[in-house]
Write a protein that binds this ligand. Structure first.
Ligand code: HMG
Ligand code: MG
Length: 376
């Protein structure tokens, strides 16, 4: 009996690129996403609407979004592109980018197409030729980025639930909080409780626009400030809160790569004991200690079918010193396919992208499987 359908969320363009020291030219970023869009992967995390002074590499996320909205449909199914939003200001910047991109193209709101989060189907046709990149979207500013604005002008008020102004592909948002106070403070300058409070109006706004919401719980298996022993019940409590709030799924993240097989098992047991179903969870492993694949297999054995990974093993976290990239997509997919899993991903194409982007960034290709495939 194989692992069946497994969903990969490719986070390289966000989690991977956010940590690069040197500035990444926008065309390279767009080319990365465009190439990934032709591999069969159905979920791509493409950017984040965070404060640019905190994470300068993500400052051009509105331009990225604008470019993605110009993609023609990638047959046979659309791709879900995801953007991180840390607060209401980020959510408004996201919505403004969607709205201004749509009006620039004169496209009317359309009914949301097929669900990109359904199990994968055969790989889509190759990525389209490069389209136009528009101007950066105007930013609606509110006094306090976490206060609900009195008016949502600039945001697409005309879109009703069940409709989407997202063009042919779907745009989604991710919220993020953490399992330790020290990490929450460093990453988002607020306590865990405050970050959960910040999430509430974002989820409401997203739901009113029929936008799918993902939540993240960072440092679930070890914290750079509070150490390796993070309370799994605390992780479960925060995860449950995000789901109760309306998040469609929660990605539980081993930010530091301190997770091991027994710790992953213990964490999953705590999550299930709190009443959380495997279908509502994703696992997000960084590979700092080389345990990400083992931990992913533990997740698979416990019924998890959504995993985050990054092509070429790109990445790290700006607020987790020494943390290396996410598990490489090529390595994870190779492992999942060996276990009878179906990801819909073309391994050769993914391996070529891993080699290409590593060269572009002047860094080693951190995917073992990717290098081996290309050496055959
Ligand atoms: P803050 O400094 O407390 O914010 O940051 P503030 O409300 O005091 O505002 C300060 C300034 O930032 C103001 O501008 C705001 O307008 C502006 P100024 O008046 O000084 O000119 N500002 C913004 N600008 C653009 N977009 C926004 C925004 N919000 C405020 N959304 C804040 C709080 C949350 C904004 C900040 O801490 C932040 O951006 N943090 C994001 C950190 C981040 O991106 N971390 C990496 C992503 S999470 C991750 O990698 C983990 C993950 O991979 C899972 C895992 O592995 O663990 C997901
Ligand atoms: Mg991460």
């Amino acid at each position: 009996r194989g692992a069946g359908e497994v969903r990969i969320v490719e986070v390289g363009p966000r989690d991977g690129l956010q940590n690069e020291k040197t500035s990444i030219p926008l065309p390279v970023k767009l080319e990365l996403i465009r190439r990934l869009s032709g591999t069969g992967v159905r979920n791509i995390e493409a950017g984040s609407f965070v404060a640019p002074k905190w994470v300068p590499q993500m400052a051009n996320s509105a331009e990225v979004l604008n470019d993605l909205l110009g993609y023609p449909p990638l047959a046979p199914v659309p791709i879900a592109y995801n953007f991180l939003v840390p607060n209401l200001k980020g959510m408004h910047n996201f919505l403004n980018a969607v709205e201004s991109s749509a009006s620039e193209r004169g496209s009317a709101p359309i009914t949301s197409p097929e669900n990109p989060n359904a199990p994968p189907t055969p790989p889509p046709s190759p990525p389209p030729e490069k389209g136009e990149t528009g101007e950066q979207a105007p930013i609606t500013s509110t006094e306090d980025p976490n206060e609900m604005p009195s008016s949502t002008s600039g945001v697409n008020d005309s879109v009703q639930p069940g409709q989407s102004s997202m063009g042919s592909n779907n745009m989604e948002v991710s919220l993020f909080t953490a399992a330790t106070e020290a990490f929450s403070k460093t990453n988002t300058n607020c306590s865990i409780a405050e970050s959960l409070e910040r999430c509430k109006p974002i989820v409401s706004l997203a739901k009113s626009r029929d936008i799918r919401v993902r939540g993240y719980v960072s440092v679930a298996l070890g914290c750079p400030y509070e150490g390796p022993d993070v309370d799994p019940h605390k992780v479960a409590e925060i995860t449950a809160t995000l789901l109760e709030m309306g998040a469609d799924e929660v990605s539980v993240a081993d930010t530091t790569g301190m997770g091991t097989a027994p710790k992953t098992q213990e964490l999953l047991k705590a999550l299930f004991a709190a009443g959380i179903a495997p279908k509502d969870l994703a696992l997000h492993f960084h590979d700092t200690y080389g345990q990400a694949l083992v931990n992913a297999v533990v997740g698979l054995e416990h019924g998890i079918r959504t995993f985050d990974s990054s092509v070429g093993g790109l990445g790290g976290c700006p607020y987790s010193k020494g943390a290396t990239g996410n598990v490489a997509t090529e390595d994870l997919v190779h492992c999942l396919h060996s276990l009878g899993g179906h990801t819909g991903i073309d391994m050769e194409k993914m391996a070529e992208i891993g080699a290409w982007i590593s060269k572009e960034l002047g860094r080693p290709n951190d995917s073992r499987a990717g290098k081996a495939i290309l050496a055959r």
